[in-house]
Design a protein around this ligand. Structure first.
Ligand code: OOG
Length: 261
């Protein structure tokens, strides 16, 4: 039982209003230093439940802060997860829907489409065995917090900054690829700015999915066949601005260009 001086519902309502009105909100951890991770996940559940009540579907989960690249960039050193709902799926080739976001940033990920449920205790091999295909993917983050700054508790409540997701044009069985060696090149306006391999995420992107399955089991929840799971950023996030272009090239999984139209 949590004793935090703000309820999950109160937190969710503030975040939902921030998202709806595209206005930054103050970090809860500043005004409520007793906010704990458990309450933050309960707030996330309430935040996502409001979307489901409005007719969206749960399509899967996203991981966050699973690579040192990301942990260093954000100053938070613990992985987390969020929930992905139907309105977050962007169409390949479409520009960023700026009218939905406050201050979007983009980063490269690996997405897993599951063909079987993943039960705990999960491992890299059990995740790979349960995976139908993998995609290169882009996570469009849009923290609802002022200045994109947060603690672990804040960002957990904010559904891991989930904004939108692009899937790349190529789907391949995970067993055809070495996901830990899978390279990704990030180009901003044509210039290479970052490179990384899949191993940046917990040594192997499937290890992040296994971590998620094991975390969810503690909550009585599990990963299901048909769900899409996003690994967490392999590279650090890049702000995307109207008129700019960020390109993500994945070894064997094609190219995703995210244009700020
Ligand atoms: C928090 C969410 C992190 C990732 O892939 O590392 C995340 C953030 O950086 O806004 O999704």
């Amino acid at each position: 039982m949590s004793t935090t001086s703000i309820t999950p519902d109160e937190i969710a309502q503030v975040l939902l209003a921030g998202e709806r009105n595209r206005t930054e909100v103050a970090q809860f951890s500043a005004s409520h230093p007793d906010l704990d991770v458990r309450t933050a996940y309960a707030a996330q559940r309430a935040f996502v439940q409001a979307k489901l009540d409005a007719g969206e579907q749960l399509v899967g989960y996203k991981l966050g802060l699973t690579s040192r690249n990301k942990q260093r960039a954000m100053g938070v050193d613990c992985p987390l997860y969020g929930r992905v709902t139907s309105s977050m799926l962007a169409t390949y080739g479409d520009p960023i829907p700026f009218d939905r976001f406050i201050h979007p940033r983009v980063e490269s990920e690996i997405a897993f489409l599951l063909k079987q449920d993943v039960t705990a205790p999960a491992t890299v091999s059990s995740v790979l065995a349960a995976t139908d295909v993998v995609f290169g993917a882009v996570d469009v983050l849009d923290s609802r917090y002022e200045g994109f700054k947060f603690t672990l508790e804040d960002v957990v409540a904010d559904n891991a900054s989930a904004g939108a997701f692009y899937l790349g044009p190529v789907a391949r069985p995970a067993t055809e690829l070495r996901l830990d060696l899978l390279g990704c090149i990030v180009r901003v306006d044509g210039e290479v700015t970052m490179t990384a391999a899949g191993a940046a995420v917990m040594g192997h992107p499937a290890a992040a999915v296994a971590w998620l399955a094991n975390q969810l089991a503690l909550e009585g929840e599990s990963l299901k066949a048909g769900q899409l799971i996003f690994s967490g950023g392999v590279t650090a996030p890049v702000p995307v601005v109207p008129g700019g272009s960020v390109t993500f090239e994945f070894d064997g999984l094609g190219v995703i260009e995210v244009a700020g139209a």
